[in-house]
Design a binder for this molecule. Structure first.
Ligand code: DC
Length: 227
């Protein structure tokens, strides 16, 4: 199996290191990186802008019909919502919570899953999210589920925010992560869970480099086995 045509799914809760690992892997293998969380965030941002409740089905339906999302695959991936660069705006705590609420709406999931399958057509992608291995790309060549303790995930987020000059407390970050985890894992449609055929990795005690090495080992095993 040629590495360049691989389809790789990476799922897991917020802060488990998915984004970094998915980008590292995509770069190392020359594959396209697709952040599906950014797509949920983009629609949530549009809803917040218009003052609409992100979990009100009829209001959200309106937003979907007039929201065009474009992901650009550059060194630093960017998301455009109706032509506006929303890459930074979608990362606020307000949009995080709105995206998690929006992600419970079935119409939103149907709309975005369809768009994600189109993006992955033909392979050559590392797609990251919550339901990629289970729902979006059930036939992916390789599936990973990354997890880490809530404390460690909060600590990573705290460090990231501090580097940006933000002073949120570790406690408030951990509590927001717990709230999002609960909603993501217990929602009726496509709850966050590991696909039975996914490689489950707990990254609590692993550095970025170690995780990258582990993932690349799995890719190597997969591609040499399939030859
Ligand atoms: O990965 P993230 O934190 O940027 O995702 C934002 C929200 O979107 C998250 O609360 C869960 C939701 N999401 C989802 O339900 N399914 C996906 N494939 C990706 C994200």
């Amino acid at each position: 199996m040629a590495r360049r045509s691989l389809t790789i799914a990476i799922d897991g809760p917020a802060g488990a290191g998915k984004s970094t690992s998915a980008q590292d892997l995509a770069q190392a293998l020359g594959l396209r990186y697709i952040d599906t969380g950014a797509m949920y965030r983009g629609v949530a941002w549009a809803a917040v802008q218009e003052g609409l409740a992100p979990d009100n089905r009829s209001q959200v339906r309106k937003i979907l019909s007039r929201t065009r999302l474009t992901l650009s695959d550059e060194k630093r991936p960017r998301l455009f919502v109706n032509g506006v660069d929303a890459s930074l705006a979608i990362r606020t705590p307000q949009v995080s919570q709105a995206a998690s609420r929006l992600a419970t709406v079935p119409e939103v999931r149907t709309f975005l899953v369809r768009a994600q399958r189109v993006l992955a057509r033909g392979g050559g992608v590392v797609m990251e999210g919550r339901d990629i291995g289970t729902v979006v790309l059930p036939n992916a060549d390789l599936k990973f589920f990354l997890d880490a303790s809530v404390e460690e995930r909060a600590r990573r987020r705290w460090k990231e925010l501090r580097a940006k000059g933000k002073k949120d407390s570790l406690r408030s970050i951990a509590s927001a992560i717990r709230e999002r985890d609960l909603r993501d894992r217990t929602r009726a449609v496509s709850p966050l869970c590991a696909s039975p055929d996914a490689v489950v990795l707990d990254t609590t005690h692993n550095s970025r480099v170690q995780v990258k090495r582990l993932l690349l080992d799995w890719v190597r095993r997969k591609t040499s086995r399939a030859r």
